[in-house]
Design a protein around this ligand. Structure first.
Ligand SMILES: Nc1ncnc2c1ncn2[C@@H]1O[C@H](COP(=O)(O)OP(=O)(O)OP(=O)(O)O)[C@@H](O)[C@H]1O
Length: 527
């Protein structure tokens, strides 16, 4: 409790006995939460544990069925987010509420522009005020460009500045680090520490436990919509936290790697370009292996995969599968040839939200359930869906539940289940565990290993170094748009990956990968 006020002081916010039901789901079962001034409080739980629902209730976006919310000693009933904002509550959601075509100043003061007696906008005064807000949190933002042109991290700071301009006392950050590089996350943590010193209470949601140990004072742990723990970070271990969250121990989340000795080449890729001015990448993919694509954000990993499957133009590429040339002119042709890609941005590219979980898992896998008569074997489809939902611990009343009603993490599990079910000889997983809780991560790793055990090959693009090192048999490291080296055996370790990801041959210098490095104000956010 460094800057946090003593626990005898009046809580800034206190929730007690909060319940909330949706059709078929009791999302919250009497949840309590207490936030002090100057405290960074982690809200932790598996996908579907109820974190977003609690946040929405605090923000007046949803109304609890039962229970009390006390703000600064006063019971409150918010009927809208606007109500909550007026009482000093600000939420930075994963999907920002900024208008991409407007600059930071216009976004911060949207709907409440300062005007002079003639009704003219006091743009200069607002720009000064905005600059003051960014100075207060110690970041530099270009105020003259549309926010759509800013990085995700910079957009997040605009959201935070907007909340500060509304005099927040409570700031809620819902998985803010998910889209950030470690360097950007370090900058966000510095901003959070600054706000803590100012006495603002922060509720922080993250699936990265190491971040919670780095930045938080106390942790409230939810499981299945109920409190299972409240602990100061200082008196808690990582193992204990995981056990409270998932209700069991997770010994080793990475299954043992298979023997790589005699693997046949399944695919060869030559002359791939992530962009027209980048060098060319060549690699082979072996049956039964997981090949990692590692590198900094923007190093060309995803684009090279997209070039491979024909989703990005790549004149001159040459790809063979089983020794035969294949023309992968577009993703449909790639799928037909046996290459499937799980996209990074699953919400927009992956799911048909109004459709059921079962339909979403089956949608491009119907062939495996289709009888010779052309009819679909629904029993088989149901069984397979149930197995996958169990394995990935998809939290939902049943397989007919529309995916639109699932928590964010559970939506991702459905897309992953679809691709695990697809049984393509080659699967490309782009950031497969982003936003996924620790328990399910271990299951996803196991299912990936099971697939490679059957001879499938997987390309795993990931920004998580432990996952790359723990899961991959070989790792292609990208630097400035192209593969700079392929590591395997003893050379496949975090330091070597960092060394090749940041430059060819010099010591690791850091931006992009863990561990976090605190960096100075206004430091560039990109490598
Ligand atoms: N609008 C809704 N309709 C039906 N069920 C809902 C709705 N919103 C949430 N739920 C259900 O409530 C439960 C809690 O969901 P919530 O989004 O709060 O989880 P979460 O802890 O934020 O998960 P994640 O880590 O995946 O974001 C889930 O079972 C979810 O399916």
């Amino acid at each position: 409790m460094t800057e946090m006020q003593s626990s005898s002081a009046l809580p800034l916010l206190k929730l007690q006995g909060i319940t909330k039901s949706f059709p078929g789901v009791k999302a919250l079962k009497g949840v309590s939460l207490e936030l002090m001034r100057g405290e960074i409080h982690a809200l932790l739980g598996e996908n579907g544990a109820g974190k977003s629902t609690i946040i929405k209730i605090i923000g007046g976006i949803q109304r609890q069925d039962e229970g009390e919310m006390v703000l600064d000693g006063e019971t409150c009933h918010f009927t809208s987010y606007r109500d909550a904002i007026a009482r000093g509550i600000g939420i930075v959601f994963q999907e920002f509420s900024l208008v991409p075509d407007l600059d930071a100043v216009d976004n911060i003061f949207l709907g409440r522009e300062s005007r002079n007696a003639l009704g003219l906008s006091r743009r200069a005064a607002m720009a000064r005020q905005a600059a003051g807000l960014f100075e207060r949190i110690g970041v530099q933002i270009d105020l003259s460009v549309p926010v759509g042109r800013l990085s995700v991290a910079e957009q997040q700071f605009v959201e935070i500045a907007k909340a500060l301009s509304l005099d927040v006392r409570i700031l809620i950050l819902d998985e803010p680090t998910a889209p950030l590089t470690p360097n950007e996350a370090a900058l966000l943590f510095r901003v959070m520490r600054q706000l803590r010193v100012e006495g603002i209470g922060i509720i922080f949601v993250s699936h990265h436990l190491e971040e919670i140990f780095e930045i938080c004072d106390r942790i409230t742990i939810l499981r299945d919509g109920a409190n299972v723990g409240l602990t100061p970070v200082a008196s808690c271990t990582m193992d204990h936290l995981v056990e409270m969250m998932v209700g069991r121990r997770i010994e080793n989340s990475f299954p043992p790697k298979a023997d790589t000795a005699e693997r046949s080449v399944l695919l060869t890729a030559r002359h791939l370009r992530s962009r027209s001015d980048a060098a060319m990448s060549d690699f082979d993919l072996h049956a039964g292996e997981i090949l990692g694509f590692a590198g900094l954000v923007g190093s060309g990993r995803t684009e090279t995969a997209l070039a491979l499957i024909g989703a990005l133009p790549c004149p001159g590429k040459n790809v063979t599968m089983h020794g035969r040339d294949v023309t992968l002119s577009d993703p449909a042709a790639a799928l037909k040839a046996g290459i499937g890609l799980l996209p990074e941005n699953r919400k927009t590219e992956g799911l048909i939200l109004p459709f059921s979980i079962r339909d979403n898992i089956s949608i491009n896998n119907l062939a495996q359930y289709t009888r010779r008569t052309g009819l679909i074997d629904r029993r088989k489809e149901r069984e397979k869906t149930a197995t996958l939902m169990r394995a990935l611990q998809v939290k939902a009343p049943d397989d007919e539940t529309a995916t639109v009603t699932l928590s964010g993490g559970n939506q991702q599990k459905v897309v992953i289940a679809r691709w695990l079910n697809r049984r393509c000889p080659i699967l490309i997983f782009d950031e497969p565990t982003r936003g996924i809780d620790v328990g399910a991560k271990a299951e996803i790793y196991r299912l990936m290993r099971d697939l490679t055990g059957e001879g499938y090959a997987i390309i795993m693009i990931s920004s998580e170094l432990p996952e790359i090192v723990g899961m991959c048999d070989r790792v292609a490291v990208f630097y400035r748009g192209a593969i700079s080296t392929i590591l395997e055996g003893d050379a496949l370790n975090a330091e070597e990956i960092m060394r090749h990801a940041t430059s060819s041959g010099t010591k690791p210098v850091g931006p992009g990968y863990a561990p976090h490095h605190p960096i100075g104000p206004g430091a560039p956010l990109h490598a």
